[in-house]
Write a protein that binds this ligand. Structure first.
Ligand code: MIG
Length: 821
């Protein structure tokens, strides 16, 4: 009997979950009965009173909105969108009895009337790029209710696309998954998932944006919906890709490439460009849960300096606070935070502090007087906690539907969360950061902002939590996934207001699309295992393909005990990641670079030093990410999308266009196969030339990560240094790797590295190109932009197995033509 009911139960569960994902059972949108044209698109009226709106934002960017059995609402708001007004390009409308077609110079949107099916085609070839497999659908009968977070909040909606036989999928932000998402299924629901392993889903972030690639042509889809969302890239059917959400609008943007870079560029225009962080953010960082008291922080920094290891940043994790009260310092552990910061600054090191969203729930004790101090963060808070007091007085904290204060449990115990959808609450939260800036803190690290809740990590404890949401007073079914985005926004805007001449630097764990406007990110609580290390590569490249260029992972892994070999191999990936920070859990074995002995430390030092030498190259590549959305840390498919060998290649990566790295992600391995795309490649260590388009075996003893430079590239390098600002970038060495015609070129981007003046053109872009002639190499140098980097020497070295002397000139920002013999 018991067994029988268990079997029954299992069958029931099975049918529930398969049914839950079977979107073919949903109600389909009705056929088109009429349509109306406007300046920038067409609104279709359907037989079931549904409406579909197709808006042309640019010739390669089309928006689709659908509203089921009712008109499209007038309200149109998204926290993700940075650019709302677009100048519609030229486009035309035509119709046949069967279909209505909107055509730009690049894309044709063919809307079949009955059933209503949308087909995006290349306007020149008329080849279909992405076509509906069934009409857009909604859950009229509540079939999806059993799997929904809050079936009362709204109705499930879905869009279904034909799956190409050789179609590949990239993106979706932070996923514990491989690069090519073909035949996989994902859920987006920001979740605190310590120790996640490959396949764990969802984890911390929601970026409902993906790129499809078939036969070298790419398109993108951004499903801008913050409800819990689903993406099925042909997992449950060989015909179908679908995406859906547990409420909100069917609202997506279609991007046409055909290049992935062009899609990322548009996606970045739409959801925002990453601002340049201060240059020191590219320096090496060290963290621990938690370094305290102040003496311990100083000791770690001293150790770095004594050992001649580069370091720019050290982090203060949650134990710097008074009983986990954000915007306070525990003055027993840190009696003089400003003094500590000044002391570290003299050694070239910045302090970053963690800030969690959970504000300790602390009604004032008795009639304790309010703290009257210009620096309440340094006063005892045990009777009254100024942040809680202010938030309650101004009604900035979230409430439950029944009007009660929402009291989740996080590090301070009973806590409250700010309603960041309220503009004045965001301003207040941002302004509170004075408490950090006044005490010498240089950057803010936002953790726990899924938001994590110890009562229940699924979010069920938050089901009736209401946010203002522009007057909608909606619940967490809609708002959970944008909580971190809005917290980051509040923080970023606060730092900008408080210190207008410095670039804010934020790090976040959770996110929604658009996060890059405010914050950089790291991949949360990884394990100190080889499997977790291997995941670094597809996770970093995937984040880059999802509009998040400034990324990294706890170097060496967060949870568990690492070892010297693992740590070295981890640095051999992260020394080129924008965010390079070693971090460790509270009860983990120490993991600073020297902890496993001199042999490992010496190798790590070499890679950290190389990172600093590569700063001119990394910074130039980062600026490209800022400007164009093309990330620094790239999968090969981004640079070689026509090469089918790169479609699922995710144990190699590239930095920018020019550097290819093939790390070792297994213990005891000292050789590996490396795929080199077509062209000429130079082994970075030996300058030996290889012809690409093939897979070759290379040696990779622990000292060596296989690394290659593209023939035709010039890599700008600076002097060795132990922190940003220790020395000027003088000389700059242009390492020249000629292609088979003897040509090479590159750009060097420079600005002041600290202020927002670059936004007004205060940068210098130096363009160097080299060509082999009869008498040697001729170099052309020219420069653009108003920034004056001061005097420095330019040195040129032609890379080859036979050493050459190269030569040097003084850079005066003028045009030069030189000969290198
Ligand atoms: O519940 O602040 O991911 O980096 O050290 C754990 C303590 C809270 C999780 C973060 C981790 C950080 C830790 N935090």
């Amino acid at each position: 009997m018991k067994i029988f009911s268990a079997v029954l139960l299992c069958l029931f569960c099975l049918s529930l979950s398969t049914q839950a994902q079977d979107i073919t059972t949903l109600e389909k949108i009705g056929p088109v009965v009429s349509f109306a044209r406007s300046d920038d698109g067409v609104t279709f009226n359907c037989r079931d009173n549904s409406q579909v709106q197709i808006t042309i934002l640019a010739s390669d960017l089309i928006r689709v909105r659908a509203s089921f059995t009712k008109p499209i609402p007038a309200k149109d708001h998204s926290w993700a969108i940075a650019k709302e007004r677009w100048d519609p390009p030229r486009w035309s409308l035509s119709e046949t009895p069967a279909a209505i077609t909107l055509a730009t110079d690049e894309v044709e949107v063919v809307v079949q009337r009955s059933p209503l099916l949308i087909d995006f085609r290349d306007a020149r070839t008329h080849v279909s790029l992405n076509a509906d497999e069934q009409p857009m659908a909604y859950d009229a009968k509540g079939l999806m209710a059993p799997m929904m977070f809050d079936p009362k909040a709204d109705k499930f909606i879905a869009s279904s696309k034909r799956l190409g036989f050789d179609e590949h999928f990239y993106g979706l932000g932070e996923k514990a998954a491989r690069l090519d998402k073909r035949r996989s299924f994902f859920v987006n629901w920001n979740a605190d998932t310590p120790g996640y392993t490959e396949g764990k889903d969802p984890i911390y972030q929601t970026i409902p944006f993906y790129i499809g690639l078939q036969k070298g042509a790419a398109y993108g889809i951004f499903f801008d919906n913050s409800y819990r969302s689903y993406f099925d890239f042909g997992r449950s059917s060989q015909q179908r890709v679908w995406f859906g959400a547990e409420g909100g609008e069917m609202n997506y943007y279609f991007f046409y490439g055909p290049s992935i870079k062009k899609i990322l560029n548009r996606y970045t225009d739409l959801t925002g460009h990453m601002p340049m962080p201060p240059m020191w953010a590219l320096g090496n960082q060290q963290s621990r849960w938690s370094y305290y008291p102040d003496k311990m922080v100083e000791e770690v920094v001293r150790e770095y300096r004594v050992r001649d290891l580069p370091l720019d940043v050290i982090h203060l994790d949650i134990d710097y606070m008074q009983g986990y009260r954000v915007f306070t310092f525990d003055t027993k552990r840190f009696p003089d935070p400003k003094g500590l910061a000044d002391n570290l600054a003299r050694q070239g090191v910045k302090l970053i502090s963690i800030v969690d969203p959970g504000v300790k729930y602390q009604p004032p004790a008795g009639n304790a007087p309010t703290i009257k101090s210009a620096k309440p963060e340094l006063e005892p808070q045990d009777q009254r906690y100024y942040v809680f007091d202010q938030g309650v007085q101004q009604n900035y904290f979230q409430h439950r539907r029944n009007g009660e204060l929402f009291i989740p449990k996080v590090w301070p115990g009973d806590s409250v969360f700010v309603d960041y959808t309220l503009p004045e609450a965001r301003r207040w939260w941002g302004d509170l950061h004075r408490a950090y800036l006044d005490n010498g803190i240089a950057g803010i690290w936002n953790d726990m902002n899924e938001p994590s809740d110890f009562v229940d990590q699924s979010g069920k404890n938050q089901i009736d939590v209401v946010s203002f949401d522009e007057g909608e007073n909606s619940t967490h079914a809609k708002n959970r996934n944008v909580f971190a985005l809005l917290e980051s926004r509040a923080t970023y805007e606060g730092l900008e207001r408080l210190r207008p001449n410095k670039r804010p630097y934020l790090i976040t764990r959770a996110a929604y699309a658009g996060i890059q406007r405010y914050s950089t990110m790291w991949t949360g609580d990884t394990n100190s295992t080889w499997d977790a290390l291997a995941l670094n590569i597809p996770m970093f490249t995937t984040l880059g393909l999802s509009g998040e260029p400034f990324i990294g992972s706890d170097v060496g892994g967060f949870i568990g005990r690492g070892n010297g070999e693992l740590l070295v191999r981890a640095y051999q990936i992260s020394f080129l990641a924008p965010f390079c920070r070693n971090h460790k859990v509270i009860d983990g074995y120490d993991q600073e670079p020297w902890r496993f002995g001199k042999y490992y430390e010496d190798i790590i030092r070499r890679y950290l030093k190389l990172r600093y030498q590569l700063l001119p190259f990394l910074y130039t590549t980062l600026e490209e990410a800022h400007r164009s959305g093309t990330p620094l840390f790239r999968p090969l498919v981004l640079n070689y999308q026509d090469d089918p060998n790169t479609q699922n290649l995710d144990d190699e990566f590239m930095i920018g266009e020019d550097l290819l790295v093939a790390p070792i992600v297994k213990p005891d391995v000292t050789t590996r196969l490396v795929y080199l795309p077509k062209g000429t490649w130079y082994d970075y260590w030996t300058n030996k030339k290889y012809t690409g388009g093939t897979t070759l075996r290379f040696n990779a003893p622990l000292e060596t990560v296989p690394m290659f430079v593209r023939g035709g590239a010039i890599i700008p390098l600076g002097p060795e240094m132990n922190y940003v600002g220790e020395k000027p970038f003088d000389p700059i060495t242009f390492a020249i790797y000629p292609d088979d015609n003897g040509s090479a070129s590159s750009t060097l981007y420079e600005d002041d590295g600290a202020s927002p003046a670059y936004k007004q053109g205060a940068f210098r872009r130096t363009i160097v190109s080299v060509k082999r002639g009869a008498r040697g190499y001729a170099a052309n140098i020219s420069a653009l932009g108003s920034y004056n980097p001061g005097h420095r020497e330019f040195s040129f070295v032609i890379k080859s197995v036979t050493p050459n002397k190269g030569f040097m000139i003084a850079d005066d920002g003028q045009m030069h033509q030189l000969e290198i013999k």
